[in-house]
Ligand binder design. Structure first.
Ligand SMILES: [Fe+2]
Length: 167
């Protein structure tokens, strides 16, 4: 992680300064990965080709529309905790664990497989970090927020796998 964690406000919410910074750092990574995934879903929505175009085109739109809401909630949670939400593509890319995909024509199974991989990466990250945020950084509220995101990504990964024609 190379993004600087910026603190805007001192708040008295029971977290130490260090815990506050550690929790915000996790949320910044989550927000960065959400943006990479969001752009990738739009990319595949546009550049998809093949017999399943219609269903997958719509399905990717549903997923990025749901992700928009999650992005907003993550950024606003960073602000609630006194942090500054990153706001530029370069900040997102430096804090993300996911890799972008360039715009290229893609078939359904390649798009699905890339999105399943990304969702599973996010699931593993959220599983590890939600435990850490609760046990080591003493923030049960953010841990709860991360667990809810984790459940959503598990559902997304399952639906994507179910669309795959490769077993
Ligand atoms: Fe569209």
């Amino acid at each position: 992680m190379t993004t600087d964690i910026k603190i805007a406000e001192n708040i008295s919410n029971g977290l130490t300064k260090e815990d506050q910074k550690n929790v915000i750092e996790v949320l910044v990574s989550v927000l960065a990965d959400q943006h990479v995934l969001y752009v990738k879903l739009r990319n595949f929505h546009w550049n998809l080709k093949g017999a399943r175009f219609h269903s997958l085109h719509e399905f990717f739109e549903q997923q990025y529309t749901a992700l928009e809401k999650a992005i907003d909630e993550t950024a606003e949670r960073i602000r609630m905790l006194g942090g500054v939400a990153p706001g530029s593509m370069s900040e997102f890319l430096s804090a993300a664990t996911l890799k972008e995909a360039a715009g290229n024509i893609i078939d359904g199974d390649d798009a699905i497989s890339s999105l399943v991989t990304d969702n599973e990466t996010v699931i593993r990250f959220l599983r590890e970090k939600s435990g850490m945020v609760e046990d080591d950084f003493n923030d049960v509220a953010t841990a709860d927020f991360l667990v809810e995101l984790l459940q959503k990504h598990e559902q997304d990964a399952w639906m994507l796998r179910s669309f795959s024609e490769i077993s």
